[in-house]
Design a protein around this ligand. Structure first.
Ligand code: ADP
Length: 607
């Protein structure tokens, strides 16, 4: 029979170390984690047995047994679920999920910033949580696919032992050797375990037995009338079922009757999952029919832009032994998905109205996904989603919706103004923003690189165009009179302006006079299709470095520097213009190409 001694991968070792020395005050959740693994294993068995009659006998009871061996200081959790083969034990129990390991390493690196609870929680380290109370764990399991059983033993100290054993029954047994510490030994009490099962695992759908007694209610939570449930109960169910350590920020229980009959539970996590914006993330809702678990991530139930929503759907009229392929084309499922999508949009819109604070949290974790949804498929879904957008606006420095912006607009304002940049702090100081604020005109601060693309996709909102105040043709003061005045100044300074274009060569397309810059001597705006922000964003994509906005240097004719330009010799003009250009680029959030040269030039004037 095979027997091996193996080392944990480095990340697992570090994680275990963290667990063992954890000061996490909720050690008790180890039981929830192990029971939820057992429940998953029973789900898998039941589902597979729909298509394979040999897996279990018809009258076999699927259940989870929890027992205490006081003499040996053991807690034992046992299920007759799907079990694991030798290879599966190695793969599942010896390692952190592959996609997680790199993230984990980074997370450990900036450990100072994160509490260990955050780290532990983020990686959903279910099974390992038992090391918080046990100094040794023995796992014995037998898969229905294997002749022999497997025993896995570890003290969580860097290595584990794995061997083949004789095991009669299918399923998994986990023996925890409780650490000889007062606070840990307290778990060896039957009443304590009972209360933990009630608290965390009441709605597990399989019986959880202590001795002969079934401790949990076994009824699926979604079949219980809403009036009998509390937020706390919904949250516990969420954490158990979706392996999250934190309460969700939102839940909704949907019970639909009529032509289409189904029940759904929807949740929004309170934190962005570590892999959310990666390829590894899989969206989907759990699917049940008549209480039987059919699949974990049914993608068809949730659109891409709401992929952060977790939950489940139970539809009794779905056939049980339906294949995945057929499921995809199932019209009932499509109708449910449509229904759910509407529901989510409604609920989020309601939240924007009545619970802005929590919506902002959701927005800050998942808003990007909604913005991608606006842009995706050439804006096919933009109408549905546009009222979910919020951006920080200049008037009160807080998030507002497009609708609120339009409602606040001055009578003669025809466009929705925005400016793009690195951060709200920086944009607040932008001369054009200040100028507009003085006039009581609001500007959206777009600080996520993809924001402007959303505006471009939307095109219009309530018939109002979106306008970047950084476009070269943006000028609010454009009355006939000011236009004339600017033209006059441009004419008077024709030679100077054309010298400036020459000096800056290909860097700018043109120079113009702007008399609305207030205290600022200069800004840079963009002409044509490519905005300044797009140049920055696209420039980061390899192969796109040559994509440049057509830049316009705008000079403030009232500024002392402009006066100085008028009275300088060619050599001084050249230096000043180069300084002004760099300043303009800095204001727009571009990096300085040659900082030393820039500083030297500035210093030569200070001298
Ligand atoms: P998670 O449950 O979040 O995937 P765990 O570390 O708790 O992480 O478990 C890792 C994997 O080990 C599970 O995904 C499952 O495949 C397997 N596993 C754990 N417990 C059991 C069990 N009781 N029966 C069968 N497989 C199990």
């Amino acid at each position: 029979m095979r027997k091996e001694e193996k080392k944990f991968q480095t990340e697992t070792k570090e994680l275990l170390n963290l667990m063992i020395h954890s000061i996490y005050t909720h050690k008790e959740i180890f039981l929830r984690e192990l029971i939820s693994n057992s429940s998953d294993a029973l789900d898998k068995l039941k589902f597979n047995s729909l298509t394979n009659n040999n897996l279990m006998s018809k009258d076999e009871k699927l259940e989870i047994k929890v027992s205490i061996d006081e003499k040996n200081k053991n807690i034992i959790i046992e299920d007759n679920g799907i079990g694991m083969t030798y290879e599966e034990v190695e793969e599942n129990i010896g390692t952190i999920a592959k996609s997680g390991s790199k993230e984990f390493r980074n997370s450990i690196k900036d450990n100072e910033k994160k509490s260990e609870v955050d780290i532990i929680g983020q990686f959903g380290v279910g099974f390992y949580s038992a090391f918080m109370i046990a100094d040794k764990i023995i796992l014995e399991t037998k898969s229905s696919m294997a002749e022999k059983g497997v025993r896995w033993t570890s003290s969580g100290d860097g290595s584990y032992e794995i061997e083949e054993i004789e095991k009669k029954d299918r399923g998994t047994k986990i023996i925890l050797l409780i650490r000889d510490k007062k606070e840990d030994l307290e778990f060896l009490e039957e009443n304590k375990l009972k209360s933990l099962i009630k608290k965390y695992s009441d709605y597990v759908r399989y019986s959880i037995l202590i001795g002969e007694e079934i401790v949990n209610s076994t009824k699926p939570i979604w079949k219980i009338p809403k009036s009998e449930l509390t937020t706390e109960k919904y949250n516990e169910f969420y954490k158990t079922t979706f392996h999250d350590w934190e309460d969700p920020i939102y839940h909704s229980h949907i019970q639909v009757q009529g032509n289409l009959e189904y029940t759904a539970l929807l949740y929004i996590p309170s934190k962005t999952p570590y892999d959310f914006y990666t390829k590894d993330f899989k969206k989907g809702l759990q699917l049940y029919s008549k209480n039987v678990f059919i699949m974990d991530k049914c993608e068809e139930l949730i659109p891409e832009y709401f992929s952060f929503v977790k939950g489940l759907v139970d539809c009794d009229t779905l056939s049980l032994n339906i294949s995945r392929e057929i499921l995809q084309k199932n019209t009932e499922l499509q109708a449910i998905a449509k229904h759910l999508e509407k529901k989510i949009i409604n609920e989020l819109e309601k939240m924007i109205k009545n619970d802005r604070e929590n919506y902002i949290k959701i927005w800050e974790s998942f808003g990007r996904n909604i913005k991608f949804g606006i842009q995706d498929m050439f804006g096919m879904n933009k109408e549905k989603l546009q009222n979910l957008l919020i951006f920080i606006s200049s008037k009160e420095d807080k998030y507002i919706t497009l609708k609120e912006y339009v409602e606040n607009m001055k009578e003669d304002q025809n466009e929705i103004y925005y400016i793009t940049g690195e951060s709200v702090e920086i944009l607040k100081g932008h001369p054009k923003v200040k100028n507009l604020l003085n006039k009581g005109i609001e500007v959206f601060y777009l600080i996520d690189k993809i924001d402007e693309f959303s505006m471009k996709t939307l095109g219009l909102y309530e018939e109002k165009k979106f306008k970047s105040i950084n476009d070269s043709d943006f000028n609010l003061e454009e009355t006939e009179e000011t236009k004339e005045k600017v033209k006059e100044i441009e004419k008077e300074n024709e030679t100077l302006l054309s010298k400036i274009v020459d000096i800056l060569g290909g860097k700018i397309k043109e120079v113009k006079i702007n008399s609305t810059l207030g205290e600022s001597a200069v800004t840079i705006s963009a002409k044509g299709e490519i905005s300044l922000e797009m140049e920055k964003t696209l420039g980061e994509i390899p192969g796109n470095e040559a994509v440049k906005a057509e830049k316009v240097l705008e000079l403030n004719p009232e500024h002392p520097i402009f006066k100085k330009l008028q009275s300088s010799n060619d050599e001084e003009i050249k230096k000043l213009v180069e300084i002004l250009y760099t300043q303009g680029m800095i204001i727009e959030g571009f990096p300085i190409v040659n900082p030393i040269e820039f500083v030297n030039k500035v210093n030569s004037f200070i001298k």
